[in-house]
Ligand binder design. Structure first.
Ligand code: AMP
Length: 417
């Protein structure tokens, strides 16, 4: 079934969205990209005369109630975005009555799904090494099914629109789909759009294909980095992982972020790039700081000669030029992860240089795909959002899809392709 074909009039739709939005210390939303991303689906269902049950996770409460991660904090923001009142169910697994009372046009927001360990389906409080772990896991999988069944019981149909968590086989992203027949489950507009954007990149690669991978660590991105080395013409590696590469070559990196147990991984990446004929582009100089703070003293030094007491927090001017030159002329671009600690205004230059080069290449005909909360926050911060081709709401999900994996949240609706 597709969202355009389904007749929502008089029906209750349970919609899995990704409302895992960043909040400040007062519980105020600092970036509402994800809420805006879900609006086309939610508004369509209401406009058709359906009732909405909206469910999401927020943060990592690890199966426990945590008021700081309550979706109650965003109830009003969701109401404002939808232009209608939104009711709140403070216990997502006990919302039967609230769901039953919904009339066409009504909206019910469920509390954070991850307040229940069943959502993720991982046993809590037991170590993987424990002999009782397998038994606990089995029991948890059974209660995960029950939890998914309860959620399913609230509604007539299920809409999966949470691309950000589509790479997880959770109760609300995949297991719940077992309780609806194919005529009563569908992808939402955001999912449709995201899946199409990935297809666009993978099936229609125009070269040169340049990928930019940044962020803090090489370990969390090694899978996609290795995979991309089989697809791209150039790979720019930036951000914190720069220093693991510098260290692997015996460089002095001061207090910069480093993964000492991943030095061989870094060398392996370089070898694979060489073998595959991919141009690997790494920074040569860094803006270093004498503290991890926006107000720290700074200077520019080679990335492999950082003095003790200093740490690399951004790409230096030569590196920025090098990155911009590598992006120029690209026809397909994938960007995930910032080139520095962009959260500090004084360390945004590297990410800004990349953003501007991506925007320029896009204006010259490249298809540019930006994914991952931080890179998206960057393009928003620099006012470049409307100058790139596609901004994905997914980080991990986008990268897994680019790797060519079928996402569980997609498979749950469309089947394994
Ligand atoms: P990730 O979650 O791995 O994509 O990493 C994103 C984070 O990497 C952001 O919060 C950045 O502040 C951080 N980051 C980028 N460059 C550096 C750096 N040179 N040192 C420390 N953290 C960094």
């Amino acid at each position: 079934m597709t969202i355009d074909q389904f007749k929502f009039a008089g029906k209750k739709a349970i919609v899995r969205v990704d409302f895992n939005v960043p909040l400040d210390e007062n519980g105020k939303i600092t970036d509402d990209t994800r809420i805006r991303g879900a609006l086309p689906t939610l508004k369509k269902i209401l406009a058709d005369g359906g009732a909405l049950i909206i469910m999401s996770h927020m943060g990592k409460p690890k199966g426990k109630v945590n008021p700081k991660l309550s979706l109650g904090q965003i109830q009003n923001a969701v109401a404002d975005a939808l232009g209608t009142t939104v009711k709140f169910a403070p216990d997502c697994a006990k919302a039967q009555d609230a769901a039953a009372a919904l009339k066409p046009g009504d909206v019910l927001l469920l509390e954070n799904l991850r307040f229940y360990p069943e959502e993720e389906g991982k046993p809590v409080g037991i170590d993987k090494e424990d002999p009782a772990y397998d038994e606990a896991k089995k029991a948890m999988k059974a209660s995960q099914k029950e939890f998914a069944k309860t959620l399913a019981s609230y509604a007539d149909c299920y809409v999966m629109d949470a691309f950000g968590t589509a790479h997880r086989k959770h109760a609300s992203t995949a297991v719940i789909a077992d309780y609806f027949d194919t005529e009563h489950k569908m992808l939402g507009y955001l999912m449709e759009k995201e899946v199409k954007a990935v297809d666009n990149v993978l099936s229609n690669i125009k070269r040169p294909f340049v990928a930019i991978m940044g962020g803090s660590k090489v370990s969390s991105k090694i899978g996609i980095i290795e995979n991309l080395l089989g697809k791209v013409d150039k790979l720019i590696l930036c951000g914190g992982m720069t220093y693991t590469f510098a260290k692997a070559h015996g460089g002095e990196i001061g207090n910069s972020i480093v993964e000492l147990d991943k030095l061989d991984v870094a060398l392996g990446v370089e070898e694979l790039a060489k073998k595959n004929g991919v141009e690997l582009v790494l920074g040569t100089d860094s803006v270093v700081a004498d503290a991890f703070s926006n107000d720290a003293n700074t200077k520019v030094v080679p990335s492999n000669a950082i003095p003790e007491g200093w740490e690399g927090l951004d790409a230096g001017p030569d590196t920025r030029k090098k990155f911009q030159a590598a992006i120029k002329g690209a026809k397909t671009i994938l960007w995930n992860g910032p080139a520095g600690v962009f959260e500090f205004d004084n360390f945004t230059a590297g990410s800004r240089a990349i953003g501007e080069a991506v925007a320029e290449a896009t204006s010259e005909g490249a298809f540019s795909l930006i994914g991952g909360g931080d890179s998206v926050a960057c393009v928003n911060k620099f006012g470049l959002a409307d100058q790139v081709s596609y901004i994905s709401t997914g980080g991990g999900a986008l990268l897994e899809a680019i790797e060519g994996k079928v996402l569980p949240g997609v498979a749950a609706i469309l089947g394994e392709k």
